[in-house]
Design a protein around this ligand. Structure first.
Ligand SMILES: [Zn+2]
Ligand SMILES: [Zn+2]
Length: 245
């Protein structure tokens, strides 16, 4: 049973490993220790929820222990000469979360909640070219997408906006589909869920105020790179670009 038959580690799995690492930074991460074994079980569950396939165990304790030691190689508090620094994604995840263990803990607990409550299948999976996965990993990306595509609340959001303003348009750039394309564009607009992915809570109800209406371009731009832009960042980019013209 070697790791080579298994798919590369995902962000979601690395987030779990990093969270464990930060809680136990002075440990030697023995593959037979309870902590590493428990972590391995959790990581395997997450890998399965994502839809990864490989050997039966998918992730084994030796592989997990190695990943933890790879994180140590990035830890400025340890003398890490001779340790392999692992792959690029570990370095990225370390840079994004090592300084913010509290946020990481929240993300990890939500990821675990998602694997408990939804058999991954309940959440829509999108082709990888459709959007860049959030820093917080694939499962929370799916939750975000699921919430902003929930047909019932999207319908209510559009109706409320229409009632207030008389037309639908992008709340960032003002683009209106009907205004631009005529009747074919009537009722056409996307919704974006504004709650930061790191603050997602499973089972939480989406409020109308959590959603903003965005044209397809603006919505794409929010999700086009990591970290995803907030609505304010999107608006700032639009006005900075407009000021350059
Ligand atoms: Zn727009
Ligand atoms: Zn969105």
């Amino acid at each position: 049973m070697t790791d080579t038959r298994n798919p590369p580690w995902t962000r979601d799995e690395l987030l779990l490993a990093l969270d464990y690492y930060l809680d136990n930074a002075d440990d030697y991460f023995s593959p037979t220790g309870d902590g590493v074994l428990e972590l391995t079980a959790k990581i395997s569950k997450v890998a399965k929820a994502i839809g990864l396939t490989g050997s039966d165990t998918l992730r084994n304790a030796n592989g997990v222990s190695m990943k933890l030691m790879n994180f140590r190689a990035h830890d400025p508090n340890h003398d890490t000469r001779g340790l392999s620094r692992g792959n690029k994604l570990e370095e990225v995840v370390w840079a994004e979360f090592a300084d913010n263990p509290a946020a990481l803990k929240m993300v990890v607990s939500t990821i675990l909640d998602v694997t408990q409550s939804a058999s991954g299948d309940d959440l829509p999976v999108f082709p990888s070219d459709d959007q860049i996965e959030a820093r917080e990993g694939q499962l929370l990306t799916r939750v975000h997408r699921y919430r902003e595509r929930n047909a019932a609340i999207v319908k209510r959001k559009k109706a409320a906006y229409l009632k207030k303003y008389g037309h639908l348009c992008c709340e960032a750039c003002g683009f209106g589909f009907q205004a631009t394309y005529g009747d074919r564009g009537e009722g056409f607009i996307e919704c974006h869920h504004t709650k930061p992915v790191s603050e997602l809570v499973t089972g939480e109800k989406t409020k109308l105020t959590d959603l903003v209406l965005l044209c397809a371009n603006c919505h794409r731009m929010i999700h086009a790179a990591r970290p995803w832009w907030s609505l304010d960042e999107l608006r700032a980019a639009l006005s900075a670009a407009a000021a350059q013209e």
